[in-house]
Design a protein around this ligand. Structure first.
Ligand code: PLP
Length: 391
């Protein structure tokens, strides 16, 4: 299948693989266990914590799109994060993007407090971090690009060179873009992590994750730990996620087009103080993003003038953007990172990475774009009125 385009490969993943009935779409195997052919002779699968035919179809499809040798499908994005951290030994050094997802931040900080890992939170978008990282010589470098919620861009290839020099594993959390817009293994990463809850499933009805490896020995260790701890994704979740993955290309094309128009609207609105979006030519990571991404994504963050009252008026006036966490689903969402996605981070750390109280994040969905633009405009008009009244 590798000569086919990614859109075709995701639509056709495991299509027609059922030898029993010739089902076009792969059937779902819910069974927890499988009979042995005879004493001492097991079949391909024996127990669904270890392997499951439906989960394997999804793992194969995700690994194929990311260009990995294989993937481990987990019960959530955080279990994929926890699984990949199992590759480290007690006391190992791990450098983590300083503005990583709040849940990842909470986990690595907890492991550091327990003395299990030596964690350095690093601004990896800053080129001067390269010398510092080389000198520190970590066993793992953990990158999120674009980062959440400020969409800072890290040069994956540059960090891959550091990882090669120091013998570290380079892990990239690719949740914000999905393989439709970025394939980190191609730029030198060793492992890709996903919260499949987001773009890969794309319908906000499954929580799941995946870890994709470039090398067979890393895949083997990940699969061993997933079985050992019991982190595997459920068959039904895998079935739904594979169904979502089939439309990844079609969905992301509409996501991207809609996001582009939303950025155009926000960028010229004087109630908006600042827009963060890698597709803007004045975004500090624009050139790197243009080099390593094949699309800008559909996450947009921006700051509103008018502080907390303006933020409240804006989010409460929207009708086509639900006030909810998560991202990458067909539906548009609005989030306030300081009180939602990044509430697990203490206020000082939030301030240090630039997540202010006026910051709003949009996950632009695939609704009709004119409806989205009209909704944003009317919410901004209300903000204008509130700030005039309170000024
Ligand atoms: N990584 C990133 C970048 C995320 O945004 C999230 C969740 O929002 C996670 C990991 C964790 O994924 P999950 O919520 O599926 O456990």
């Amino acid at each position: 299948m590798s000569r086919l385009r990614p859109a075709t490969r995701s639509v056709r993943a495991s299509v027609g693989c059922d030898p029993t009935h010739g089902a076009v779409m792969p059937p779902i195997y819910l069974s927890a266990n499988y009979t042995f052919e005879e004493l001492g002779r097991k079949r391909q699968h024996d127990y669904s914590r270890t392997s499951n035919p439906t989960r394997d179809c999804l793992a194969e499809a995700i690994a194929d799109l990311e260009g990995g040798v294989g993937a481990v499908v987990t019960s959530s994005g955080m279990s994929a994060v926890a699984l990949v951290l199992q590759l480290l030994r007690t006391g190992d050094r791990v450098a983590v993007t300083h503005d990583c997802y709040g849940g990842t931040h909470r986990l690595v900080r907890a492991l550091a407090e327990r003395g299990q890992l030596d964690v350095k939170l690093t601004d990896m978008t800053d080129p001067s971090c390269i010398n510092e990282l080389t000198a520190w010589s970590p066993q793992m470098i953990w990158v999120e690009t674009p980062s959440n919620p400020l969409l800072r861009i890290t040069d994956i290839a540059r960090l891959a060179a550091v990882a090669r020099d120091t013998g570290a594993l380079l892990v990239v959390d690719n949740t914000f873009l999905s393989p439709a817009w970025q394939q980190p293994l191609e730029h030198g990463a060793d492992v890709v992590v996903h919260s499949t809850t987001k773009f890969i499933n794309g319908h906000s009805d499954v929580v799941g994750g995946a870890a994709i490896a470039k090398a067979p020995e890393v895949l083997e260790r990940l699969a061993w730990w997933a079985n050992c701890i019991g982190l595997a994704g459920a068959p039904f979740d895998s079935y739904l996620t594979l169904r979502g993955l089939r439309t990844l290309d079609a969905r992301t094309r509409i996501h991207a087009a809609n996001a582009h128009e939303v950025v155009e609207l926000l960028s010229v609105d004087d109630r908006v103080a600042r827009v963060f979006y890698p597709g803007l030519s004045d975004h500090p990571g624009h050139e790197t993003a243009a080099r390593q991404q094949t699309g800008w994504g559909s996450l947009i963050s921006f700051e509103l003038h008018g502080g907390e009252p303006a933020v409240r008026t804006f989010v409460e006036s929207l009708r086509c953007f639900s006030l909810a966490e998560s991202l990458g689903g067909v539906e548009s969402l609005v989030a306030h990172p300081a009180t939602m996605t990044h509430a697990a981070m203490d206020a000082e750390s939030r301030r240090a990475v630039g997540i202010g109280d006026s910051l709003i994040r949009l996950s632009v969905g695939i609704e009709n774009v004119d409806d989205l633009l009209a909704d944003l405009s009317q919410a901004l008009d209300r903000v204008g009125r509130t700030t005039c009244v309170t000024a």
